[in-house]
Design a protein around this ligand. Structure first.
Ligand code: SAM
Ligand code: SF4
Ligand code: SF4
Length: 369
């Protein structure tokens, strides 16, 4: 007998489950949302905790000692994460990124990496398995992460100047320790390392050139991220966003740049390379040049909710399905159904409506950046 498809919304009220006939599933890799965007990437948040208090992400005033993090039992287990990931891969996802919070705070993360590294795309290819980290624990863990099967890492670093960096991370963490983490990752074979710098105007934009000079010729790819209005606690204002075009202009005046074609359709970072052969940089212009039309990402929160946009107000409770005795076919059907209903394009709307696009948004540390 064919298994039945059940919409996720109905699964929350299992007692009164109206079981509807199975939807025809799109062929693997052909799943598209209402704007014809395929499902390609899954970002998995493995913890909502962090040892930093970056002012744009987990400001101290909100994430203080009384802040209620998720209890351990609410987190998806490694087995649950690997099961969901396998179903996403069957739907066409070939890129998994572990994030958080600070993912390296999750105990035994290497075990999860090893489980995910075993997954293959339906046509037998290995996955791109990456991790975004603040770098604080990377010097210690880089080798073990590589041995477990991690492909690459992205490391966040917002300044080279210690006082400015400490002002951003707000926990007195030193630049040298993050740089040691980046070096350890490169030596372990997790490169080319991408270094992500969030630029907040008036706070660290004076660090753009020192950062560009430092990573010029290093093999690492420095990427500048426009400060975004994620969550509800960072007090975001449009006039604190430094447009990427200005960042490229400032660097190019000193170290001339030329554009490079994207690696693949829908790449979020716009690529530029140094004319003198010193490598490349990227700019991620989520605010000034929205890329929703190419957005192929889904996000799985620490407690197993599926979000189809970074700026979503609500997630879909996959944990209820995982723990509710539903089969792989039913859960894959629910995921496929959710993606096919997807209409998200928050950044495009923000661009056309200015700051009026206010709504209740999920914190970045919870949903995973
Ligand atoms: N803790 C890890 C880290 O910092 O790399 C992973 C999680 S963090 C939420 C993922 C990325 O989101 C980081 O590169 C961080 O700089 C970025 N991020 C956080 N809040 C942001 C904001 N308001 N605007 C732009 N990027 C932000
Ligand atoms: Fe932590 Fe990363 Fe958020 Fe900074 S950006 S507070 S390191 S989760
Ligand atoms: Fe994707 Fe939402 Fe960001 Fe647009 S706003 S690029 S749909 S995550």
């Amino acid at each position: 007998m064919t298994e039945k498809f059940i919409p996720v919304a109905d699964l929350r009220h299992r007692a009164a489950l109206p079981v509807v006939p199975a939807q025809p599933q799109a062929p693997v890799g052909m799943l598209a949302d209402t704007r014809n965007r395929p499902l390609r990437d899954l970002r998995i948040s493995v913890t909502d905790r962090c040892n930093f208090r970056c002012v744009y992400c987990m400001p101290k005033q909100v994430f203080d000692k009384d802040y209620q993090y998720l209890p351990h039992a609410d987190l998806l287990s490694f087995e649950e994460i690997a099961r969901v990931a396998r179903l996403f891969v069957a739907h066409g996802v070939d890129k998994l990124r572990l994030t958080g919070g600070e993912p390296l705070l999750r105990k035994n993360l290497e075990k999860l990496i090893a489980m995910l590294a075993e997954l293959k795309t339906p046509d037998g290819r290995a996955l791109d398995l990456t991790l975004t980290t603040n770098g604080s624990l990377l010097a210690k863990k880089a080798r073990a992460l590589k041995a477990a099967g991690l492909t690459r890492v992205s490391v966040s670093l917002d300044a080279l100047d210690d006082a400015t960096f400490r002002g951003m991370n707000d926990v007195d963490f030193a630049v040298a320790d993050v740089l040691a983490g980046i070096d350890a990752a490169s030596s372990a074979g997790l490169g080319p390392v991408k270094v992500n710098m969030v630029v907040k105007k008036g706070m660290n934009d004076a660090e753009i050139l020192p950062m560009a000079r430092h990573f010029h010729g290093s093999g690492a790819i420095l990427r500048f991220i426009e400060y975004m209005d994620v969550g509800a606690s960072n007090g975001w204002k449009m006039d604190e966003v430094l447009p990427s075009a200005e960042i490229v202009r400032r660097i190019s005046e000193v170290l001339p740049l030329e554009p490079v074609a994207p690696n693949y359709a829908g790449e979020t970072a716009e690529r530029w390379r140094y004319v003198d052969g010193g490598g490349e940089i990227g700019v991620i212009s989520s605010v000034t040049q929205a890329f929703c039309s190419d957005c192929t990402r889904a996000r799985l929160s620490t407690e197993g909710k599926l979000y189809t946009c970074l700026f979503a107000s609500n997630g879909h409770d996959l944990r209820a399905l995982l723990r509710g005795g539903f089969s792989d076919v039913q859960i894959a059907g629910a995921i496929g159904h959710l993606w096919q209903q997807r209409t998200d394009r928050y950044s495009e709307l923000r661009a056309s409506q200015g700051e009026t696009a206010a709504r209740r948004k999920i914190e970045m540390s919870y949903i995973g950046g």
